[in-house]
Structures are given as structure tokens and as C-alpha cells.
Design a protein around this ligand. Structure first.
Ligand SMILES: [Zn+2]
Length: 467
């Protein structure tokens, strides 16, 4: 339906001023997640941004609903089935150093500046204006369409759980909160701690006082530090020197009396690509495992990980390796907190999409059985997977090609986007291949030409999904 595409695109061009104005209005509602207040589960900011999005929606002639300040939505059309477009109105803190005020939505150089302009207010409002084009044109659609305004994506997406308990699950749709063309596969995700209580502590020669390092589980840590007490500090220093030289690793030390601080320097990387980094924690563990720590629990703990993980990032030695067409399992140790009483490592394991949580956790549990090491604080998300020939993927790919004139590129990623929070939807834009990543950056902006193009792509996609 070539003529429908032209109609939608032309109508979006006519709606350009409303698109800009509506985007500015929601960007001006500062919406960083904050402490819960009565009737405002994520604080004042996200609630205000939902209100702003609903006001804009009503001004454009849409029915709206506010689901208790968790999620708001605009709805259009009739029919049994529901097409959902899931965007989020909350933002990450703006930080310092902005050229233009972060919540003024000022336009300079054909760009709207402000926190949330690209992540994710601008793209969500672009979808709303795409739907407005369909409405103004009176194009026939057979399903209802909902533009959903989430409010806690940046801090765990807890609003979606509430929404799904109280309102309707879309039958199909997308989230404009990642990359084009479409992300058809997102790995399964786990974040958890591996903990051991230390009972056997006596250690004559060398005593580990603490090991700390890493900030979050889903990053490869750049720095880890161990503080030791040693009878013969010089001997440990010599061991560090020769180990560093032999293995080509960056271990530094500083002594004060019988106390020695070892700093391990690695290379930071995202937890979804641990193979591109160098894990400072594991590098440190590998060295500490060469020391004589006596018959102690801390020695057992360190040795277990040195032996079963080492510098490996795919879980082979741990016995949990999995692989399919979308990639292999990734195994990252992101944080460490060892005291004299307890060892605690924070892990992020991502498993390929055709496998299940059980495929990972059964061999994992077997590995730690009888070691005294236990799992705590497990946080897991299932994989997202649509076969490439799934109608939703095919429809989005075709719309993208038709509207942009570019080839569609289907992506499989380490996960997870906002799409994971809701069944039946995938990530579709707003960032184009090779586009500079502005999400969460100082001077975040959306180019107005980009915003208009998004409204065209999303308008056409909504029409194709809802017709
Ligand atoms: Zn986002």
C-alpha cells in the first residue's frame, strides 16, 4: 500500500510543529525516579511526566488512562486485539556540565536539547504523533492501539509488573527504546551473589583482611584491591613481581608495616561482552590463589573461583557453557566484597535465547554443591526471542526499509531492552546503526529531522500492525 505510506508521511510533516511542541512539553517535566510518595510509586517526577504525556495525548484528541501513576496510556481504535507501543517517561539523573538547561527543551541547531529527548520521551511522542496521523487521515484499522507511558524503566521497570496485573497485555507491538532495525533476540539474564561464610580463619603466614572491587555486576571491573597482613611482606612483594612479569598482568602494591595493599588493574567492559575486557577481580584471585593462605575458608573460596572461572568469560570450566545461533553464554564476575567473615562475589550471567533458566541453573547448582558457597539475591529475566521470519519482525523490517530506503539489520544482543518486560513486543529504534549514542549523556538531544523520521517510521509500523 504505497499510497498509505505517502499519506502517513505527508500527514506527519504537517504535524511537525505539534510533534516538536509535545516533545518539549514532556521533556520539561523532570522525571528522575525518586522515593515513593502516596499515590506516586516512583516519586513526584515520573508521576508529573505521566501527567504531561497524558495532557499532550488529550490535546491531540486521544482517550487516556492513568494506571495509578505506574503507567499511563493513550488509546485509539476499536477491535479485540491490542497493539502496544511501550515507551518510558522516567529519565536518569541529568548530571553536570550541560551546555543548555537539561529540562528546558531548548532548540539549537535544529536539535531539541534535554534529558530524555532521545531516551525515551522524544521517540515515544513520535509514536504518538504517528498514531495521530493515522487518526487524522481516518485510515481503517482493525485493532486498538495504545501508546504506553512507563515510568520506572531506568530503575528496574517495576511499573510494568503492576500494569500487567491491573490492565491489558498487548498482543503485539514494539518499544522505541533501543536500536533499529529490530532486536529479535535478547539473551536470558541473571544477576546474583555467590556467598560463603568463613568459619575456618586461622592463617599463620598471610591473612586476608579484605578484598573489594567492581561497582556493578553487569560491568567487567577495572579495579580490585586486596588488603593483606603478612609476616614476611617482602616475600609477598617478590611473589607479586614475579607473577606479574610471568603472566603479563598489572598488579601493584603498597606496604605499610606488615600490611600490604595489592591493586589489580584490568580493563572495564560491559557485562554483555566480558570477553572484550580484562577482569581485575579474577586477575587478583588468580594471584592470591598462588599464596600460602593455609587451610582456611577464604583460601577455599579463592581457589574455587581461580580454578573454575579464572579469566574465562563463557562458563566452560564452570560447566555451564551454552551456545546457539545468537551467541554463547557470557559469564562475568562484576563485584567482590570479601571480609574476614564472608566472601561475596556479584555475578552477571547471560545465556543464549533458545535455552532456559534451568539449562543454566541446574549445572550451576551442581557445581557449587557441597562447597559451602550459596546463591543469594537472584534476579533473573527470561530470554526474548522471535524467529527472524516471525510476522512482527517481518513487518517492522519491511516498514523500516520502505520508509528509510535502507536495508533492515536484525539484531541479537546480550539483552535486555525494555521489550523484555512485556510479552509480544520487540525493540524497534530509535537509534540508527552507527548513530552516536546520546542516551544518559550530558547534552542529550534529539535532532528534529530524526524526530520527524521516527514519527513516519512508527506511524507506518503502527498502521501495518493494526490494519
Ligand atoms: Zn530508555
Amino acid at each position: 500500500m504505497e499510497d498509505v505510506k505517502e499519506l502517513i508521511n505527508k500527514k506527519v510533516d504537517e504535524l511537525k510543529d505539534e510533534l516538536i511542541r509535545s516533545t518539549q512539553e514532556v521533556v520539561r517535566a523532570k522525571s528522575v525516579n525518586g522515593p515513593k510518595e502516596p499515590g506516586k510509586p516512583f516519586g513526584e517526577g515520573p508521576a508529573n511526566a505521566i501527567a504531561a504525556a497524558l495532557k499532550v495525548s488529550e490535546e491531540l484528541g486521544f482517550k487516556t488512562k492513568n494506571v495509578d501513576n505506574y503507567v499511563g496510556y493513550a488509546e485509539y481504535g476499536s477491535g479485540k486485539e491490542l497493539v502496544g507501543i511501550l515507551g518510558h517517561m522516567d529519565v536518569v539523573p541529568e548530571g553536570d556540565g550541560w551546555t543548555y538547561p537539561p529540562y528546558a527543551a531548548e532548540i539549537h541547531d535544529n536539535k531539541i536539547y534535554g534529558r530524555g529527548t532521545i531516551d525515551d520521551k522524544g521517540p515515544t511522542i513520535a509514536a504518538l504523533l504517528g498514531l495521530k496521523a493515522i487518526k487524522d487521515l481516518g485510515l481503517p484499522i482493525s485493532k486498538r492501539v495504545r501508546i504506553l507511558y512507563g515510568s520506572n524503566e531506568e530503575l528496574g521497570s517495576h511499573e510494568i509488573e503492576y500494569y500487567l496485573e491491573h490492565d491489558e497485555q498487548p498482543d503485539t507491538g514494539f518499544t522505541p527504546d533501543a536500536n533499529f532495525t529490530a532486536i529479535y533476540a535478547e539473551k536470558g539474564l541473571t544477576l546474583f551473589d555467590l556467598v560463603m561464610k568463613f568459619n575456618k580463619k586461622a592463617s599463620p603466614g598471610i591473612k586476608i583482611k579484605s578484598i573489594t572491587g567492581g561497582e556493578v555486576k553487569n560491568m567487567v571491573p577495572r579495579i580490585a584491591k586486596a588488603v593483606l597482613e603478612a609476616q614476611d611482606v617482602k616475600k609477598v612483594e617478590g611473589a607479586i613481581d614475579s607473577y606479574s612479569k610471568a603472566k603479563g598482568v598489572d598488579l601493584r602494591y603498597e606496604a605499610a608495616g606488615s600490611c600490604l595493599t595489592i591493586t589489580s588493574v584490568g580493563v572495564a567492559a560491559h557485562g554483555a561482552q566480558p570477553e572484550t575486557g580484562k577482569n581485575a577481580i579474577m586477575q587478583l584471585f588468580m594471584f592470591l590463589d598462588t599464596l600460602d593462605l593455609g587451610d582456611t575458608d577464604v583460601k577455599k573460596y579463592i581457589h574455587f573461583f581461580a580454578e573454575n572461572v579464572g579469566m574465562e568469560t563463557n562458563g566452560k570450566k564452570f560447566g555451564v557453557y551454552l551456545k546457539d545461533d545468537t551467541g554463547e553464554l557470557t559469564f562475568n564476575i562484576g563485584t567482590v566484597n570479601v571480609s574476614e567473615d564472608e566472601g561475596r562475589l556479584g555475578l552477571n550471567i547471560r545465556y543464549p535465547v533458545t535455552h532456559t533458566y534451568d539449562d543454566l541453573i541446574k549445572p550451576f547448582n551442581k557445581k557449587i554443591e557441597g562447597t559451602g558457597i550459596v546463591i543469594e539475591n537472584m534476579d533473573a529475566a527470561d530470554p526474548l526471542y522471535f524467529p527472524k521470519d516471525h510476522p512482527l519482525i517481518q513487518t517492522l523490517a519491511k516498514v523500516y526499509q520502505d520508509v528509510t530506503g535502507k536495508d533492515a539489520v536484525l539484531l541479537a544482543i546480550g539483552g535486555g531492552t525494555y521489550a523484555k518486560e512485556m510479552k509480544n513486543i520487540v525493540a524497534f529504534g530509535p537509534n540508527f546503526p552507527g548513530q552516536k549514542e546520546l542516551d544518559h549523556q550530558t547534552d542529550e538531544y534529539i535532532d528534529i529531522d530524526h524526530l520527524v523520521l521516527l514519527a513516519k517510521i512508527y506511524g507506518n509500523a503502527i498502521y501495518e500492525l493494526a490494519k
